[in-house]
Write a protein of this length. Structure first.
Length: 352
């Protein structure tokens, strides 16, 4: 098993389908460990993590809904401070309750009415990522009135993966089980693969751990696909610390030449996998006496010796050492400085 997968990764990295490889790694890390010990967490009969054809995925395109400002104002109590839940690249983010009882996240920024804005919403907004249940989609609606441009999303109460890995508060101290991390990785891989299969192809351009949301069952939902397309003519004046955190996800060709492609999304996905397995931000230094962040460490993986130093200690013994090594090798290929040598996200109708 190890030799076969390593050969696949090493000799044909440019043609490897990530979703299919992740299915193999999930089997190797989770289901093989059942044969080692029946008492480990990943050796349980918990059916919440399935692989291959059992991981249902469907994508739908539909017309984006256009909201009236009055309805959104009522939903947020006139965009009150109590409804404000954050600040993102697009603008302020509010939590709202629609008249039909649906919770939504509303992103608002100044901007004149623009047909280009509407066209962009209709292209990248109405993509629903559906895993296992048709109620788990994340789609985008919009409003543009009173010199405001507004995006409306389904509100996901369990938040982003980043909150569960290293965010502030109690939730970050709770263990995100390895089986959930692998399931999240597979869901995100399939989501990106679908974006890349569209015609015209949709490049996410801002894929990062904070843009992968999870519902109450830890089903992954890729958010903010194509959001950078809305920001092309606007300067982002967010906190410098956030800008620095986002830069770590950008492929070298993007940082230097602003050259986005499906392979730059793959690089971002590799950094995302790195945060999943380490439980910390990729820009963090390994230690006070090692002047490398996690991504730099991976770039020098062959010279780094033991891999155990970056694995999230909260994972305990819920994985096999060999399986984890394969997982890290996948990360190495994803964050290869050469875009031509990175894997592809595309996958077939059957991945297992």
């Amino acid at each position: 098993m190890s030799g076969t997968l390593a050969a696949i990764l090493g000799s044909a990295a440019g043609a490897v389908a990530l979703a299919g490889i992740l299915v193999i790694i999930i089997w190797y890390c989770i289901f093989r460990i059942r044969n080692v010990t029946r008492t480990s967490e990943t050796g349980s009969s918990d059916p919440s993590v399935q692989v291959g054809g059992a991981v249902g995925i469907e994508f739908t395109l539909r017309d984006a809904r256009r909201f009236e400002m009055e309805e959104l104002s009522l939903a947020t109590k006139s965009f009150s401070d109590k409804s404000l839940i954050g600040q993102g690249k697009f603008g302020e983010v509010y939590k709202g309750l629609l008249h039909d009882g649906m919770l939504v996240a509303i992103k608002k920024r100044p901007g004149p009415p623009s047909q280009e804005f509407v066209d962009e919403v209709h292209f990248s907004g109405p993509i629903s990522f559906i895993y296992s249940t048709p109620k788990s989609g994340v789609s985008v609606s919009y409003c543009q009135e009173s010199d405001l441009q507004i995006l409306v999303y389904e509100y996901i109460p369990n938040g982003s993966v980043s909150i569960h890995l290293y965010g502030a508060g109690q939730v970050s101290q709770e263990k995100l089980e390895f089986k959930h991390r692998l399931s999240i990785a597979l869901g995100a891989a399939k989501g990106l693969a679908h974006l890349h299969s569209l015609s015209p192809r949709l490049i996410h351009k801002d894929f990062k751990t904070a843009n992968v949301l999870v519902d109450e069952n830890f089903i992954a939902k890729v958010a903010d696909a194509g959001l950078r397309n809305f920001l092309g003519r606007f300067d982002y004046a967010g906190p410098s610390s956030q800008v620095a955190a986002d830069e770590i996800f950008l492929a070298p060709e993007v940082s230097e030449f602003r050259r986005f492609s499906d392979k730059s999304d793959v690089y971002s996905f590799g950094v995302f996998l790195l945060e999943l397995v380490s439980g910390q931000e990729a820009r963090d230094l390994l230690s006070s006496d090692v002047n490398h962040n996690l991504v730099e460490w991976v770039h020098n993986l062959q010279d780094s010796g033991s891999i155990s130093s970056i694995i999230d200690q909260r994972l305990g013994n819920s994985f096999t050492t060999e399986g984890m090594e394969e997982f890290l090798q996948l990360i190495v290929h994803c964050v290869n400085p050469s875009s031509e040598r990175r894997p592809v996200m595309s996958y077939g109708n059957r991945t297992g």
